[in-house]
Design a protein. Structure first.
Length: 743
């Protein structure tokens, strides 16, 4: 993503400067933040902020020095050292420690960014201010801006003061490279503070302005727009690339983009690291670069983007703080993020899994739950070759292929994953299939229900499938330089019949997890059909989602034969099948995406109902397996599926050769797909969905051409064919075509 400030553009009055607005606009949150920022960013301190600052034992400060370099500092004294005479001013009864560059910036009108943070409660508030006076005992400030901050990524720590006389003598060490002590402190840190600024000189220049000219700004200009902010993560979230450079993940925040917005306008930063055990300070300044798109960020849990820091100069202030901190616990948000060691492992795992993508992997059953009278869940974890590695990566809604041995014969099926990607175990939820007369139907489902116990092993292939939920689907993200259109997360409706609830529960679980991580929930309405309460799967789990999401994930049940003791409106919401009246009763007018999964008749009736209600075909997504595939009505503007082939149509006759068994047989169009043909001639190729999605029947095509009469979604190379959907392709001038398959 190429994001550069337009240095000649004129922006409307806003609580955000140009760099912040550019990023907000590019990421689709500009209009939202303009409304929000005008309400929460003030030109004074509210009373609760004044009281908050006055109880702190320390405060963090950002400024720009006379040479145009930003620095982050910590000012401290016993609680009460910060005093607020009125809502527009602060008095700090302290001075920077010896060696802190802030000591040389105590001139009147020097602009400062301040961060008050209470680590033990994770509360923090920020200020923009300027110096109105200072002496060797205090600093007077006038407030320019005031706003609160969220508690994300703040580790819970308790502080205590120690007797300064008990500390070794303080000393100052200058550096232009990271020595081993500095590298160890940085690499093991779970917290640091970053200062940045935008000055008048930079805001008025063009792209051709040199770094040298920018660096010559005087102190009063160089600090305009100064800011300091907190960054937290697991120890190891900062990568020391070499003795001059660091790489740092940027997590989801409040969408102000104060720091990155400053970087965009003025790519420099000041970093402050604290040795919480010994009272050392490491303060650094240097140049930064934002990495909007990096392969590294794809493997780093929680990273939205990265930025790099290249050291210009720094100071280690030994034994400068008479404060010590005890770590109590990490922030819940921090625990949802990663480290560079984990990212490296994930990269290796991804490569390993890709190399094993088409191979069977052993998974052990570690937990079994009854979800209803018909559905049982099996929790699985890797064993065998991948035992020491995490489970398969997947997207909520996808399915996997499973192989079990029944009476000495390998049998393959596909089952949707009912757990979320963030869950520690894979979960599949299987319905015991029965015929109308109650007889066994469904060889594998009965085998799993009756024979699979804790500790047993099954074989799986990597998940696949396109029936997935984007938890951040926007209705509009369009913007222009003069007008920003509203953005809104598109609500989703999940319509499930019977065991079709399995992908829906995975989607809902994933949406809830992402809401915790991103603080943004895609509204979801689950409408599920079952015969009665005994067959109502995941009932309690869905109720928990409603509570945990504050009503953002709602569930409505339609029971065809509810038990007499059930309470309408509580235990279920509609008697009978899902119909037009139910949808109109529970769905406010909005622009929804609809997701369908269930038996064939259910799927088709729901699709036809939605089309009757005016829902466009492209807004209806479905889990279409074999006989459950939909007959769709394509919109006038949409492009219908076209048979995929290397020739114009399917052949009427062919000779098919199976290379490994050295069998050659004649085929006619009446004999169906290549899978059906192979099975009818005594072969037992692997298969799963029989609808072109899972890829289980993928086979190498050694000669000839094929035609697909239905749409397929499994990934294929040029020399591969899906047996379940393919037939020999007609070739002009040939009455009987030849096909050779590696079987």
């Amino acid at each position: 993503m190429d994001i550069k400030p337009n240095l000649t553009s004129k922006l409307v009055t806003s609580p955000f400067h140009r760099g912040e607005q550019v990023i907000q606009e590019k990421l689709g949150v500009r209009e939202q933040m303009e409304r929000f920022g005008s309400r929460v960013i003030r030109d004074h301190m509210p009373q609760q902020h004044r009281e908050f600052y006055q109880q702190l034992p320390f405060i963090f400060v950002g400024h720009g020095d006379k040479d145009g370099w930003p620095w982050a500092s910590i000012l401290f004294n016993h609680p009460g050292f910060i005093h607020s005479p009125d809502e527009q001013s602060l008095q700090l009864n302290t001075q920077p420690v010896i060696g802190d560059p802030l000591l040389k910036a105590m001139d009147s009108n020097t602009k400062l960014g301040l961060l008050g943070i209470e680590l033990e409660t994770r509360r923090r508030n920020r200020l923009a201010a300027h110096i109105t006076g200072s002496n060797d005992k205090q600093i007077q400030l006038s407030i320019d801006q005031s706003f609160g901050n969220c508690p994300q990524y703040i580790q819970n720590r308790e502080y205590e003061f120690i007797d300064p006389n008990s500390m070794p003598k303080s000393s100052v060490e200058a550096m232009t490279e990271f020595d081993m002590r500095a590298q160890q402190l940085i690499a093991n840190s779970d917290t640091f503070f970053v200062a940045s600024f935008v000055n008048n000189d930079i805001n008025s220049t063009s792209d051709s302005t040199s770094d040298t000219d920018r660096d010559k700004a005087d102190s009063s200009d160089a600090s305009i727009g100064a800011d300091v902010s907190h960054r937290g993560g697991k120890p190891g979230f900062i990568r020391v690339d070499n003795n001059k450079s660091l790489t740092i993940p940027d997590y989801l925040g409040n969408n102000h983009f104060n720091t990155l917005g400053n970087f965009l306008e003025n790519p420099k930063a000041g970093l402050l690291f604290i040795d919480f055990d010994k009272g050392h300070i490491l303060t650094l300044t240097g140049r930064v670069e934002i990495l909007w798109q990096s392969e590294d960020s794809q493997h780093f849990a929680g990273a939205e983007r990265l930025w790099t820091f290249h050291l210009e100069q720094g100071y280690r202030l030994n034994y400068s703080l008479p404060l010590r901190w005890k770590l109590n616990e990490f922030s819940p948000n921090t625990l949802m993020t990663g480290t560079w060691a984990e990212a490296a492992q994930q990269r290796e795992i991804q490569h390993l899994l890709e190399s094993h993508q088409s191979q069977w992997q052993d998974y052990q059953v570690v937990k079994i739950d009854d979800e209803s009278s018909l559905i049982k869940s099996f929790y699985l974890q890797p064993t065998g070759v991948l035992k020491a590695l995490p489970k398969f990566n997947f997207t909520a809604g996808q399915f996997l292929t499973i192989k079990v041995n029944i009476n000495g014969k390998d049998v393959i099926r596909t089952y949707t994953i009912s757990s979320a990607p963030a869950d520690p175990l894979l979960r599949i939820s299987v319905k015991r299939e029965t015929s109308i007369d109650g007889a066994h139907q469904g060889l594998v489902s009965h085998y799993l229900h009756d024979n699979i116990k804790l500790g047993h092993t099954v074989q799986l292939k990597a998940p696949t499938g396109d029936f997935v939920l984007d938890t951040a689907e926007l209705i509009s993200t369009k913007a222009t330089s003069t007008k920003v259109r509203p953005t809104k997360i598109r609500p989703a409706v999940l319509l499930a019949g019977g065991v079709g609830i399995t992908p829906m529960i995975a989607m809902a679980r994933h949406a809830l997890f992402e809401a915790v991580r991103t603080r943004s929930l895609r509204p979801i309405t689950v409408i599920a059909a079952a015969q009665n309460a005994q067959q109502r799967a995941f009932y309690n789990e869905l109720n928990q989602f409603n509570e945990q999401s504050g009503g953002g994930i709602r569930t409505f049940w339609a029971l065809s034969q509810p038990e007499p003791d059930l309470k309408p409106g509580k235990d279920y919401h509609h008697q009978g099948r899902i119909n037009k009246d139910l949808l109109q009763a529970v769905l406010p007018i909005d622009d929804y995406d609809f997701y369908l999964c269930g038996p064939s008749a259910f799927m088709q009736s729901m699709y036809d109902l939605l089309r009757e209600l005016g829902i466009s075909n492209e807004r209806i997504k479905a889990e279409e397996f074999g006989p459950a595939s939909l007959t769709r009505q394509h919109d006038t503007s949409s492009v219908a599926f076209t048979a995929m082939s290397n020739a114009s149509d399917g052949a009427s006759a062919a000779v098919i050769e199976f290379s490994q068994t050295q069998v050659e047989q004649a085929w006619t169009a009446e004999e169906g797909t290549l899978l059906e043909f192979a099975e009818n001639h005594g072969l037992t190729p692997e298969f799963g969905c029989r609808s072109g999605q899972c890829g289980a029947c993928k086979t190498k095509l050694l000669a000839g051409k094929v035609s697909y009469q239905t749409e397929v979604s499994a990934d294929l190379r040029d020399d591969e064919v899906l047996l379940c959907c393919a037939v020999p392709a007609a070739i002009d001038g040939e009455d009987v075509v030849r096909i050779k398959l590696e079987m």
